[in-house]
Design a binder for this molecule. Structure first.
Ligand SMILES: Nc1nc2c(ncn2[C@@H]2O[C@H](COP(=O)(O)OP(=O)(O)OP(=O)(O)O)[C@@H](O)[C@H]2O)c(=O)[nH]1
Ligand SMILES: [Mg+2]
Length: 274
């Protein structure tokens, strides 16, 4: 299905759903306690952060919406009223020069975010031609689709370790962020995969799980918790290494996951306030 081909009924449903999402964000903002509090979205390049952010905040449901290209600065979610923000901020992925500035202005600042939404895509990151040529060449050298995916999964692990390092640093002085939600996005491309429970969910045995459990032990289980959930936003096929992987879920399935995700953010924001 081409995600840009929307019927008038799809558009109507999308607008209504967008309104429901805005209501959740109003509640999240309240739970966070005002303008200064933030939730930060992190994850490697091309993993689907900005697109997910657009769908979570309702922007993705506007007619004519298309996913943006590589993010070049931090993105802040705006509510309809000019002076209000959702409190959700996205920082660009690895290899992006504005990433360091965005990191210093958010997680390494004097008021770190309350929570982190860390996005992964099970090795389905979109590596664009403007990313580091070293990485593109290494990716190209992989002979199979599986090889490329493994490399992208390894990158996801490195990216998460870096984020864990920032969280550790922020906790030393500010005891924040209090939670991390690991979102496995682009689920429409691998809804039959058997590795997800072990690789990404609490109780699993993968490297990401190990890093997050280690972080939890280091900063203290009373001060930090993490959870995982799956999601998807832009339902299009994924092309890599002359193979095309189809998108297998429907708009309705996507919307159910988006709503669950936003609800989870609300519950984490409400539960973990001190
Ligand atoms: N099939 C599928 N494709 C997706 C999904 N989300 C995003 N994409 C595709 O992945 C591409 C990259 O998504 P972005 O949201 O730009 O990724 P990003 O993490 O913000 O990337 P940077 O800004 O470079 O860090 C998009 O252009 C879409 O083509 C999804 O849920 N499913
Ligand atoms: Mg982006």
């Amino acid at each position: 299905m081409d995600p840009t081909q929307l019927t008038p009924d799809d558009v109507k449903k999308g607008i209504e759903f967008g309104k429901i999402l805005w209501e959740y964000w109003g509640k999240i903002r309240k739970a966070l306690g005002g303008n200064k509090s933030q939730i930060l979205m992190t994850g490697m390049q091309g993993v689907g952060k900005t697109t997910l952010f657009d769908f979570m905040t309702g922007m993705g449901y506007q007619p004519g919406y298309r996913p943006p290209g590589t993010s070049t600065s931090k993105e802040v979610g705006n509510l309809k009223r000019k002076d209000e923000t959702t409190g959700l901020v996205v920082i660009p992925g690895q290899d992006s020069p504005p990433r360091i500035i965005a990191t210093q202005e958010t997680i390494l600042s004097k008021s770190p975010p309350d929570g982190i939404i860390h996005v992964v895509a099970n090795g389905f990151a979109t590596i664009r031609s403007d990313s580091s040529s070293d990485f593109l060449q290494t990716l190209e050298r992989q002979k199979t689709l599986e090889g490329q995916q493994r490399l992208l999964q390894e990158r996801e692990i490195l990216e998460l370790r870096q984020v864990c390092g920032w969280i550790r640093q922020a906790h030393r002085q500010h005891r924040k962020p209090m939670w991390l939600l690991l979102v496995i996005t682009k689920y429409d491309l691998f809804s039959t995969a058997t590795n997800l429970t072990s690789d990404y969910y609490p109780g699993g045995r993968g490297e990401l799980v190990k890093s997050l459990d280690e972080l939890k032990t280091q900063v203290g289980t009373d001060n930090f918790s993490w959870q995982a959930t799956k999601a998807c936003s832009w339902l299009e096929p994924f092309s890599i290494k002359s193979a095309t992987i189809p998108s297998t879920l429907t708009n309705q399935q996507r919307d159910t996951m988006i709503e669950e995700l936003v609800k989870l953010v609300l519950s984490l924001s409400s539960d973990r306030r001190m």
